[in-house]
Design a protein around this ligand. Structure first.
Ligand code: ATP
Ligand code: MG
Length: 594
């Protein structure tokens, strides 16, 4: 069947939508693929829906190929299972919660571990029933703090989620590997440039996990790679602690006057001017910076946390959030320092010197009882310049382990280009990406919480071990659009394009429209999916729309017809060739099949 543009439910827009931050969002809206219904919530128009469905087909084929079986759960879910795993609370404000007319609590599913676990528990009871992998392609809801970039971060979105059930760890490892391979095939078929990186588990819990990130300058995730093959989301990088140092030659911590040195740069300048080192200049890395955060748990309870780290590095907020999840952190506001007189802004340090003696100021031992966590580089024996908890005063030669101890390690400092890879595989380089998929070895957390056990070969009840695997299906539409579009519009790869070919009848007169229609019919007969631009519009409008809409091939039936030729255009390369009308259908059909 030929689709006629004159009949298709679509309007291309000349103006960018006001809220468009990234090209894929701009073009998907302008080309008439999606329309915003509310922040982070989109309607799919015919062109967009065709792309979405093609992503679904690819995902479905690859999941079926590893023996996973498709099911579909409701989006509207009861509270109790999520209460049993504590995620009703842990998901915090990201969860859409609602009540039915009787006052019972419900939620709109953000992910479905609980429901799958309970379904398998309902129906299966023996090791002979396992291994089992189930999946669905279904709508998810998350009240994201920052819905962004159209489909890339929606509050309603389509996810493929699957779950594996095994009787032992070896089984889980095999199920995980099968999914990993399926994901490789899915993202290869989508034509995305992607990397597989070590990841953190977030609100999901569990142990080993990896993410598939589409490499993209506009991505929200930052990942690192080393020449030796290390690859990780920055959130997952664990900086190894250096060896402890011998501090026996370092004198006692002593206060120094450092007026007007509330910043690290001012402090380093003052240190070099007033108490220079004999061997080299002081640098920011010699200072211990202490940053105060308000950490709010999913239950709404807030506490202060002080993070101590080398002064040449900032706290990376995404690493901090990943480390503290499900709690959320925000820097202590200036006004709130006033309410905490023990925290002298710009001069905070782990110890105070009282009558020549260092005494704890932060941490469990300190008078404030504030949680104090330090960067892995702050190992015993390292000496620091740090705040004296007195305005305009710092302490020199404050030695970790000797003068202070922290309440633990918190590895949240920024990772920089050139930092060594944790596994010794060379210097790291940073890049940005969009998380397309995430695979987890969940282990027994959910099965334990919900009582999913089966009888093993010896007749003993064992807790099932699970994996959980997600693909952002609607996000993939945007990610592919983002990777392929240019300054003129969308430019779909063949695997995802809503139509294979756009045939443009450009010029007045029945003859041109008749020839274009005939060509469209010939293509259709060859199994090519055709969009025929039969509108009464100028050639300029049709050319521009074809570029915005982004079918991989277009055929212009117009002026050349008098000479018996049509023009075949490649959207991605811009290449144009003239082809005799009589050969056009075979020529284009061959292109589509390559
Ligand atoms: P992110 O870190 O981007 O918030 P996540 O780690 O919370 O994602 P998962 O729970 O791992 O996401 O969900 C599985 C997949 O669903 C992700 O890999 C991503 O492709 C997709 N996804 C998650 N959140 C959204 C969203 N708000 N909009 C669109 N797709 C999403
Ligand atoms: Mg994830």
């Amino acid at each position: 069947m030929i689709t006629r543009l004159s009949q298709l439910f679509v309007r291309t827009l000349r103006e960018d939508p006001a809220d468009a931050e990234v090209p894929s969002h701009r073009w998907l809206v302008r080309a008439g693929y999606i329309r915003r219904a509310a922040p982070g919530i989109y309607s799919w128009l015919p062109l967009g829906l065709r792309v979405l469905q093609q992503v679904e087909v690819i995902v479905r084929e690859e999941m079926d190929a590893i023996g996973a079986q498709e099911v579909r759960f409701p989006a509207l879910l009861p509270r109790e299972p999520y209460e049993a795993t504590n995620r009703w609370t842990e998901y915090g404000p990201n969860l859409f919660r609602l009540k039915d007319r009787k006052g019972a609590d419900y939620l709109l599913g953000p992910t479905h571990e609980e429901m799958f676990t309970l379904l398998v528990k309902d129906l299966y009871s023996s090791y002979k029933d396992l291994p089992l992998s189930l999946y669905q392609i279904q709508t998810k809801y998350r009240d994201e703090a920052r819905p962004r970039a159209g489909l890339l971060r929606g509050r309603e979105f389509v996810m493929k989620d699957s779950y594996s059930f095994d009787v032992d760890d070896a089984g889980l490892a095999a199920s995980y590997e099968a999914h990993r391979q399926a994901y490789v095939r899915i993202f290869d078929r989508l034509g995305l440039e992607y990397v597989i990186v070590e990841a953190t588990s977030g609100a999901m819990g569990g142990s080993a996990s990896e993410e598939f990130l589409a490499v993209s300058a506009t991505g929200e995730d930052t990942f690192v790679r080393s020449p030796g093959g290390y690859a990780a989301n920055v959130e997952a990088v664990r900086v190894p602690a250096p060896a402890e140092q011998d501090a026996s030659g370092i004198g006692a911590a002593r206060p120094v006057d450092t007026p007007g040195t509330g910043t690290i740069a001012e402090l380093v300048d003052a240190a070099n001017a007033k108490f220079p080192r004999p061997d080299r200049a002081w640098t920011a890395a010699d200072t211990l910076k202490n940053v105060v955060f308000v950490v709010t748990g999913p239950d709404g309870k807030a506490e202060l946390l002080v993070v101590g780290l080398p002064g040449d590095r900032d706290v990376d907020m995404k690493r901090l959030e990943a480390a503290l999840a499900p709690a959320e952190a925000a820097p202590l506001a200036d006004d709130d320092f006033a309410a905490n007189p023990g925290l002298v802004k710009g001069y905070i340090g782990p110890v105070s010197v009282v009558d020549g003696v260092a005494v704890a100021h932060l941490g469990a031992e300190g008078p404030l009882k504030l949680r104090y966590l330090t960067d892995p580089r702050v190992v015993p024996g390292t000496a620091w310049i740090t705040g004296a908890n007195v305005v305009d005063t710092h302490l020199v030669d404050v030695v970790a382990g000797r003068d202070f101890t922290s309440d633990g390690v918190l590895d949240v400092a920024e990772i920089r280009d050139g930092d060594p890879a944790p596994d010794g595989s060379g210097p790291l380089s940073l890049a940005r990406g969009v998380e397309m998929g995430h695979i987890f070895q969940l282990g027994r957390k959910y099965a334990e919480a919900l009582g999913l056990k089966v009888l093993d070969a010896n007749g003993k009840l064992v807790t099932v071990t699970m994996g959980s695997y997600g693909v952002g299906v609607s996000r993939a539409v945007a990610a592919v659009a983002e990777a392929t579009c240019d300054e003129r519009g969308l430019a779909w790869p063949r695997a995802l394009a809503p139509f294979d070919v756009q045939v443009l009848a450009t010029g007045k007169g029945d003859e041109i429209l008749d020839a274009a229609t005939t060509l469209a019919e010939e293509l259709d007969a060859r199994g090519v999916r055709v969009l025929l631009d039969d509108r009464k519009a100028s050639p300029g409008v049709k050319f521009a729309d074809a570029e915005i809409m982004g079918m991989p091939t277009s055929v212009v039936v117009g002026r050349g017809l008098a000479d018996g030729v049509v023009e075949v255009r490649d959207r991605a390369t811009g290449e144009r060739v003239e082809v005799p009308v009589a050969e056009a259908a075979d020529h284009v059909a061959a292109l589509v099949r390559t």
